[in-house]
Design a protein around this ligand. Structure first.
Ligand SMILES: [Zn+2]
Length: 149
C-alpha cells in the first residue's frame, strides 16, 4: 500500500516532465527541419558572376520579368546586339553617368551604365522610372556559378 502510493506520486511527477521533454524534442525537430529547408533553398541559389574577374554580381534568385520576360534581345543605335537578363538587384556592380531616356530599350525608363565594381567591365544598364529600378545585364559578360557552402 505504501509502495503503491509512492508509485502514484512518482508517476504524477514524472508525467509532466515527459511531456515537457517530448515538446522540446518536437521543437528541436521543427527547428532542424527548418534549417534543412533553408539549406535546400541556398543550394538552389546560383551566383551570377563577372566573366572577367568572377566577382559576384547577383544571384539567379533576383531574376525578374520585365514586360513579361526575363531575357531580352536588343540592338543599340550602333547596331550591336545584346542579350540581356533582368534582375532586381546587382550588388556587385556600380552605376555611373547621368540617367537618360535616349534610345532606351524600356519605354518610360531612363538608363545608366552598370559596370563590375571590381574590374569595371561593362555589365549592362540600370533602368529607373520613379521609384522602380532594375538591371538589364549582358549575359555574355556573366557566368553562373554554384555557391559553395
Ligand atoms: Zn569583374
Amino acid at each position: 500500500m505504501n509502495f503503491r502510493t509512492r508509485h502514484e506520486i512518482h508517476s504524477y511527477h514524472v508525467a509532466p516532465l515527459r511531456t515537457l521533454k517530448e515538446s522540446a524534442d518536437e521543437q528541436i525537430a521543427a527547428v532542424c527541419s527548418k534549417i534543412l529547408e533553408e539549406e535546400k533553398t541556398e543550394e538552389r541559389e546560383e551566383s551570377i558572376i563577372c566573366k572577367n574577374c568572377r566577382n559576384e554580381i547577383t544571384t539567379v534568385g533576383y531574376s525578374i520579368a520585365v514586360n513579361g520576360q526575363h531575357a531580352h534581345i536588343f540592338k543599340n543605335p550602333l547596331g550591336i546586339t545584346f542579350h540581356i537578363g533582368c534582375f532586381s538587384r546587382a550588388w556587385g556592380s556600380f552605376i555611373y553617368g547621368i540617367p537618360t531616356y535616349e534610345a532606351t530599350w524600356f519605354p518610360g525608363f531612363t538608363w545608366c551604365i552598370a559596370v563590375c565594381a571590381n574590374c569595371f567591365t561593362h555589365l549592362g544598364w540600370n533602368y529607373q522610372s520613379g521609384r522602380e529600378s532594375f538591371y538589364g545585364l549582358i549575359m555574355a559578360n556573366l557566368l553562373t556559378d554554384h555557391k559553395i557552402h
